[in-house]
Write a protein that binds this ligand. Structure first.
Ligand SMILES: Nc1ncnc2c1ncn2[C@@H]1O[C@H](COP(=O)(O)OP(=O)(O)OP(=O)(O)O)[C@@H](O)[C@H]1O
Ligand SMILES: [Mg+2]
Length: 338
């Protein structure tokens, strides 16, 4: 971790950004024209790369509202942000794309079943044959005022997370390896987690390994549910990310995606299980669309259907043959046999 002037500069030069202007939204009118949000004048190497992105206004306002409340009201308003929802709904990317536009540096970590609190606060590296302790991602974020993005936090055992209570609510970060050293978080520091079950554990059987969190832990979060985009929103997402795709194909792909999702989730109200063991995320949809364009020439020359060819490479080949057949049946029904 370099302590360079770029890092300093990014934190000295706060800047207000006009939300409607900076964030392409599906319904820009729902965003007040004069609304601004604080970010930084300059980027540094930890600011995520800017991608073409379509923000959903509700989700954008939820995240920015949480950020601004802490900014305006100070440390007493500190709490974490939890984004919860099915895989590939856009939880991680919405944070990174907000930060990309506001020049906010992000430190990321991904939870797993053997992760320990200490993995977040301290790492070790080898320099000239010696093991040298270094700040972990959470410590770097807390010290420098970056956003800390903790993906799949529900995979981490609950006991390891208790140590985070203090930093989530704006208190000091304790580093046991440094004799219990305490670091007061920078005012620009933010703590964000993403997961699939809102800390309720795997109630549907879809997210194995997800731990249940106690209410005292969840009490420290502003919780935002992220659903799959509606077909209208997803249409705009595809227009933004894969602009060369023909409209009629795009609409059918979205229809296909929603049929697969319904088949995967089943009926959560009645508890009726889904008929498909796989779902189709916005991530897969975008890749499917991009790859279809790429394979269009090659597959056609070989008398293959480029849409089906690309579908298999993005979804079909990661499921068993029976499920693949079911996917092909949906495909044939929507796109015609090919
Ligand atoms: N609104 C959007 N506009 C453009 N691209 C999007 C949008 N939503 C999602 N994507 C793209 O879809 C992919 C999946 O999104 P992301 O990684 O944010 O999902 P996630 O909810 O974090 O998934 P997981 O639960 O698997 O971690 C990313 O490549 C992202 O860029
Ligand atoms: Mg994610």
């Amino acid at each position: 971790m370099k302590s360079n002037t770029a890092e300093k500069q990014v934190h000295e030069d706060l800047r207000e950004f006009n939300v409607r202007k900076e964030f392409p939204c599906e319904v820009p009118d729902t965003i007040p024209e004069q609304m601004t949000v604080p970010g930084f004048a300059a980027a540094n190497p930890f600011v995520p790369e800017l991608d073409p992105y379509l923000f959903r206004s509700d989700l954008l306002i939820d995240v920015l509202g949480w950020h601004m409340k802490r900014h305006k009201r100070g440390g007493s308003a500190a709490r974490g942000l939890m984004l919860t929802g099915h895989m590939g709904t856009g939880k991680t990317s919405v944070i990174k794309q907000i930060c990309a536009r506001l020049n906010i540096p992000v430190m990321e970590a991904t939870g797993h079943s053997t992760m320990e609190y200490s993995d977040l606060v301290m790492t070790k590296t080898v320099i000239a044959g010696n093991i040298v302790p270094m700040d972990g991602p959470l410590t770097i974020a807390a010290k420098h005022g970056y956003w800390f993005l903790f993906n799949e936090m529900e995979q981490v055992p609950q006991g390891e997370l208790v140590g985070l209570n203090s930093i989530i609510e704006g208190g000091p970060l304790t580093i046991p390896e440094n004799g219990g050293q305490q670091i007061n978080p920078h005012p620009n520091f933010r703590f964000i987690v993403t997961g699939n079950t809102a800390g309720m554990g795997d109630q549907t059987g879809l997210y194995q390994g997800a731990q249940m969190f106690n209410q005292a832990f969840l009490d420290r979060f502003f919780i935002v549910e992220v659903a799959y985009p509606t077909p209208e929103q997803e249409k705009m997402v595809l227009e933004t990310t894969v602009p060369n795709l023909a409209g009629v194909i795009r609409d059918k792909m979205i229809e296909f995606a929603n049929e697969v999702r319904k088949g995967f989730v089943g009926n959560l109200d009645t508890g009726e299980p889904g008929s498909l063991p796989v779902t189709l995320s916005t991530r897969t949809l975008i890749n499917w669309a991009e790859d279809s364009l790429f394979f269009a020439l090659i597959a056609k020359a070989r008398n293959q259907n480029p849409l089906k060819y690309s579908l298999d490479r993005n979804l079909g080949y990661r499921v068993d043959p029976v499920t693949r057949k079911a996917l092909h049946e949906i495909f044939d029904r929507l796109f015609g046999k090919g």
